[in-house]
Design a protein around this ligand. Structure first.
Ligand code: AMP
Length: 247
């Protein structure tokens, strides 16, 4: 079956606004183009690009992470839980993790804006992404039977955002040098974030204050990671995700 990588992004005055990436069969292509267009035109924009390219090699199939839902009473409580999960997955001190999380809440790009992609942090707590304005972007990933998986997640009270985030984090965690991930949305009113570790996707609410337009992702990696190899896997190698009901 022919598969296509579909990537869209929008910007305003040179600033990244939103992005969306999917894998589509030939039959689904029109539908996916419409869905991507809808997603990246939600925020104001003066530049829009949608790129379609064929995937040359049949992608490997990997299993989804298991979703664990955590509802906290406050952002402080959810953040503390996130810090503990990240500490045990990475070995980084809680103090360093808190400082990194603060960077995401205030704009992790050197100009104080949101990054287009994720920060990469090693076990010494150093940022090692090749371009700190852009970061690394996990693309070339989608669910097998995406529509069915979405329906299933919706019956459990989850959303399409959960679906997209689960695809990204499942691909991320399948790389041997990835230890954990932290994510909060850049949507001011979307307060649910997540931590991914090997095997688990912890969905945490509320992980940010209402009204904050800043958000981002931190990828925690092993010391000694081959950064070019990591970029190549996350940005260029197509992967399909298989959803299995874990509850
Ligand atoms: P979102 O979950 O779409 O609200 O994105 C939150 C933040 O995560 C964005 O502001 C980006 O910094 C980062 N981000 C979004 N999509 C990706 C991706 N595919 N790979 C890496 N980082 C991403």
């Amino acid at each position: 079956m022919k598969l296509f990588s579909v990537k869209g992004r929008s910007s305003l005055n040179g600033k990244h606004q939103s992005g969306a990436e999917r894998i589509a069969s030939e039959k689904e292509l029109d539908k996916v183009l419409t869905q991507i267009n809808k997603k990246i035109t939600r925020k104001p924009f003066d530049y829009l690009s949608i790129k379609v390219s064929i995937i040359k090699k049949q992608p490997p199939v990997i299993k989804t992470l298991k979703i664990v839902e955590i509802i906290a009473d406050s952002v402080e409580e959810a953040t503390q839980k996130a810090v503990e999960l990240l500490h045990s997955a990475t070995g980084l001190s809680e103090k360093k993790i808190k400082k990194l999380i603060k960077t995401v809440h205030t704009g992790a790009s050197p100009d104080g804006n949101n990054m287009r992609g994720a920060m990469i942090v090693n076990q010494k707590g150093e940022r090692i992404e090749l371009d700190p304005f852009r970061g690394v972007r996990t693309t070339e990933v989608d669910f097998i039977d995406r529509d069915k998986v979405l329906q299933k997640l919706k019956t459990k009270g989850y959303t399409e955002r959960t679906l997209d985030a689960l695809a990204i984090s499942s691909k991320n965690m399948s790389h041997p040098d990835m230890l954990a991930e932290f994510c909060i949305s850049d949507e001011p009113d979307y307060l649910t974030g997540y931590i991914a570790t090997k095997g688990c996707y912890y969905r945490l609410t509320p992980l940010k204050e209402k009204g904050n337009p800043k958000g981002g992702r931190i990828y925690f990696v092993k010391d000694g990671v081959n950064i070019e190899n990591l970029y190549n896997y996350l940005e260029k190698e197509a992967v399909l995700i298989e959803y299995t009901d874990t509850d």
